[in-house]
Design a protein around this ligand. Structure first.
Ligand code: ZN
Length: 265
């Protein structure tokens, strides 16, 4: 059984604040250890559940957040930045499922830890075919393009709610914290998270037949609202496939979802 694991940082146990999330910030080094230890628990849980091949992809910021010599030897790890087209390097139809670990709610959700969609500095909202969408929905769709269903999503309580809404009730979720605000939450201690997440993985693998690859029929329309006109100015619009709707908003159209995401985000 082959499982692809995408790992973000905001939804990891013990993490709630910017100072924990960005390279160079005071608490970042400690957070890298929290992140790596939770990843190790995921790999251990997957091996216990029968996985034979595991690729773990670091999707947070530059993609270089794991502490390499602390990583569990039972998986391969993809680190570093890529273009959107290759958001999940090595993914193909041979994978039985994917996990989204340490994820967060889409931009604009109330009482959600570090709610955003791909970048808190660039986008105030992203819509697909007129409907607000976040990283859970869009990453689920990218994985769905390869026929790979999302089996488990972890993060705060709003992340878990969004996962069920976007991917269907069959997806398993595990809540690492109950969000109070953008930078506050009732935390489950990371040590407990690392035990409980293995139980959630066992359940997700047992119930995997209930999950289908996430797909929406094309053609697609991605509407991105930027936080400043400067950012929108930096995007070329041809007036046909991509249009500047107002100072802050650009709409991109395409029949191919992966190409759309590469052009529109
Ligand atoms: Zn993210």
């Amino acid at each position: 059984m082959k499982i692809y694991v995408a790992v973000d940082m905001e939804g990891i146990g013990g993490i709630i604040h910017t100072s924990q999330l960005m390279k160079g910030e005071g608490m970042y080094e400690e957070s890298r250890r929290l992140l790596t230890d939770e990843v190790n628990a995921v790999v251990e849980g997957l091996l216990q559940a029968g996985a034979t091949e595991i690729i773990v992809r670091d999707v947070h910021a530059t993609g270089i957040n794991f502490v390499p010599d602390r990583l569990h030897p039972g998986a391969s790890y993809f680190m570093g930045a890529t273009s959107f087209k290759e958001r999940f390097p090595g993914i193909d139809a041979s994978f039985d499922g994917a996990f989204l670990i340490g994820y967060h709610a889409m931009a604009g959700v109330a009482q959600a830890v570090r709610d955003h969609t791909y970048s808190s500095r660039s986008f105030s909202s992203v819509k697909l075919n007129g409907r607000p969408v976040g990283e859970i929905g869009l990453d689920g769709l990218l994985l769905g393009q390869y026929g790979v269903p999302v089996l488990l999503v972890t993060g705060d309580d709003k992340t878990c709610e969004e996962a069920k809404q976007e991917l269907g009730q069959g997806v398993a979720t595990y809540c690492t914290k109950k969000a109070w605000g953008r930078h506050s939450a009732l935390m489950i201690p990371p040590q407990r998270v690392r035990t409980e997440i293995k139980e959630a993985i066992g359940e997700a693998i047992r119930n995997r037949a209930e999950c289908r690859p996430h797909r929406i029929e094309g053609p697609y329309e991605l509407t991105v609202q930027y936080l400043s006109t400067d950012l929108a100015d930096g995007r070329y619009c041809d007036g046909v496939q991509s249009e500047r709707l107002d100072g802050l908003t650009i709409r991109t159209k395409d029949t191919d979802l992966i190409r759309l995401m590469s052009r529109g985000i």
